[in-house]
Design a binder for this molecule. Sequence first.
Ligand SMILES: [Zn+2]
Length: 315
Amino acid sequence: MPELPEVETMRRGIAGLCGARIVAARFPQGTCRPLAIAPPPTEIAARLEGHRIVSVARFGKRVAIEVGREESAPHWLVIEPRMTGLLLVAEPPTPNHVRMELEVATGTGSSAGACQKLLFWDQRGLGTIRLLDARGLDRACGAAKLGPDGLVVTGSDLAERLGESRRGVKIALLDQRAVAGIGNIYAAEILHRAAIDPRTPCHAVAAGAWEAVARAAREILASAVAHEGSSIGDELYRTADNRKGGFQKLHRVYGLAGTPCQACGAPIERIVQAQRSTFFCATCQPRFRGRRRRGTSPKPRAERLAKLVRRSLGA
Ligand SMILES: [Zn+2]
């Protein structure tokens, strides 16, 4: 589940460990489903121990911890939380789902020796851990794999990558090669703010409407980062110091089927697209019928409704 805001919150939560030295790396073998780890854990441990954490970056829904020593080329420990993975600098929710434990020493000189733990915890075990060199990082997280980040994506980025696609716009927004970081929750919220029906085929979305989608993506993702992500449903997602996120309180459509739309009062609807739930408001996001000429702006009614929705959201 973790999408861009949750993974960015994890990244920020562990960024304070930059400069710390990795004393030990352990990969506990519990009775749970084993995680995809490459190269093998013993090799990763040998290659991490004694190295420092240089930086902590994010690529889409992955965290990349740069590790290095002066005399050696940098490597990146790339962690993808997938469904239930968490990066923690606090006690884990359960001890038996800890998949990686980095013991790190912070401080130097006289203040050296304060030991801390960085954990990767994953209940379902669908997350991945990889140690990559610069070429491997480019292959896994470079421009061939990931589109522009959702926090900075532009309308022309989206129009260029998706404008010819026959897919429904909501399904297309989940394509990480088109835009990195968006998943099921935020795709629904973005299209509600942009006042676009999630089933609209991409090729029918006008240039001006792609601008509205990109703007909604930037605004909603930034706001969700500021609120430390969304903890919903199973409530497994936690910040690095094991607290719930707060953005679920600001959801307008996701998980709210049957409740009145906060913009117009019509009930929020739930449909299934590509085996996944899509939530939307049929009034704020009017159904597209027939082919809209490319380059033309959305219908005036949709524009009026978009303005109404934006006003109601205080944007
Ligand atoms: Zn509505």
